[in-house]
Design a protein around this ligand. Structure first.
Ligand SMILES: [Zn+2]
Ligand SMILES: [Zn+2]
Length: 253
């Protein structure tokens, strides 16, 4: 296992975040967004891919919010639109059902044509080079974490001291643990259980106090840790997303 991959993992476990894997994912995503909005957007090799795939809805939104390299984005979208147009519109024309008449009977093969085209469109709109890069990186980080858990002095303690692992990342770690020896899996899952369990009860109490603060009798009582209990719960349930950012919530208390 190369040390270069261990450094970001160590950093994430040393930071004060709620989920070290969310921290790693967010850094990797920032790098990818920088990459695709940087000079690479003009490079033929990258363009060959992005012309074909475009980006998923989530990453289109993130590229848009960056407000950088509008020209590059425009050029990419121009060729991508043409590619999708060529791929879909002829098929759509062929899929228009012929009307049945006295002479031409009814035929139901238009149904399968229409669903096949819908499936094709769904597949194309989900394609995203940033998502596939991130999936690879996260798979890699999970491997590094389980390796370090077994072999790296002091890492077990760091892992156990994490505030929590959000539920989607807990699921990834459990899948990785299923590939370890029974004894290694026992330690890793015990540590996961302990810090997730603690975080669950913290969140449950904090969200409850958030709701109780709406009662006028609690007006003057301190917020404690509850002010961002809604966002922290969302991040724990669904992994970190910019939509769950405290700054995104209008009308928060
Ligand atoms: Zn996470
Ligand atoms: Zn994506």
């Amino acid at each position: 296992m190369e040390r270069i991959y261990m450094i970001p993992v160590n950093d994430a476990y040393q930071s004060e975040c709620d989920c070290p894997l969310c921290e790693l994912a967010s850094k990797a995503e920032t790098n990818e967004l920088d990459y695709y909005l940087g000079p690479s957007l003009m490079e033929p090799d990258t363009r060959k891919i992005t012309n074909k795939t475009g980006f998923c809805p989530d990453h289109l939104g993130k590229l848009n919010r960056r407000e950088a390299n509008r020209l590059g984005l425009g050029l990419m979208l121009h060729t991508h639109l043409k590619d999708v147009n060529d791929d879909l519109m002829n098929v759509m024309k062929d899929s228009i059902p012929g009307k049945s008449s006295l002479f031409k009977g009814r035929s139901s093969d238009y149904k399968s044509k229409l669903t096949a085209l819908a499936d094709k469109i769904d597949k194309r709109t989900k394609e995203c080079p940033i998502c596939s890069k991130l999936n690879d990186s996260m798979g890699h980080y999970i491997e590094v974490i389980t390796y370090m858990f077994k072999h790296e002095d002091g890492f077990k303690e760091k892992f156990a001291a994490a505030k929590s692992h959000c539920l989607p990342h807990t699921a990834m770690l459990l899948r990785a643990a299923a590939k370890l020896s029974q004894n290694d899996a026992a330690d890793l899952v015990e540590a996961l259980y302990q810090n997730d369990g603690k975080y669950f009860s913290e969140l449950i109490d904090d969200v409850e106090w958030f709701t109780l603060k709406f009662d006028y009798r609690n007006n003057d009582k301190p917020w404690g840790n509850s002010k961002n209990a809604i966002q922290r719960s969302m991040r724990f349930l669904a992994s970190d997303r910019s939509d769950f950012d405290e700054k995104q919530s209008k009308g928060s208390k």
